[in-house]
Design a protein around this ligand. Sequence first.
Ligand SMILES: [Mg+2]
Length: 239
Amino acid sequence: MNTPKTIPSPAEFVHVRDWVFDLDNTLYPHHINLFAQIDRNMTAYVAELLQMEPDEARVLQKRYYHEHGTTLAGLMAHHGVDPNDFLEKAHAIDYSALLPDEALGEAIKALPGRKFIFTNGTVEHAQAAARALGILDHFDDIFDIVAAAYLPKPASQTYDKFTQLKQIRTEQAAMFEDLPRNLLVPKALGMKTVLLVPRNLEGVVLESWERVDGETGKAHVDFVTDDLSSFLSAILAGQ
Ligand SMILES: [Mg+2]
């Protein structure tokens, strides 16, 4: 049994030159739940597009999510939806729940090397969220679902596209994510992997990464944390 560690030692990250962060539920805590707004917008989009009742639209939305990885991919495959129109409407949300996170900003700024946001959302969404958190200026670049040609993580082609475009040496990179399945490819590529889990939900926490456990032996998660700022501070403590 390979149990992920919760406290990093600086030596384990001393080789890292590229720091890759998922956006939603990674750079801000799960309980902020911005995704609930996006989720509602997507349901409304499907309902209007296909003239369905909301309940019916929601069932179809979730089916596409499970079968295609994103609602958008299903809508493009089955209904020829314009991705830009969908993404703009899905991400028309209120960011006021996100407050400046000074500790996180200081930690990201202090990390040696380049910092990236790698999201299944859009650049505009990432910029808006990171700006609200007061951390946008600390990132070198953002790789989004448009750059991924609408093929979401965890598709391996999308990680290849990202690492080639940004010239990332994966054995000198670390990836931070809240979805266990999105860490499988990074681990296989030689990246350090850190799973973000919700705060104060230890029981749920274990379930969330153990869900992948049966398939993968959980060996793809090097570290688990519910506090990104503290985790990064621990990495930086040795420098
Ligand atoms: Mg996420």
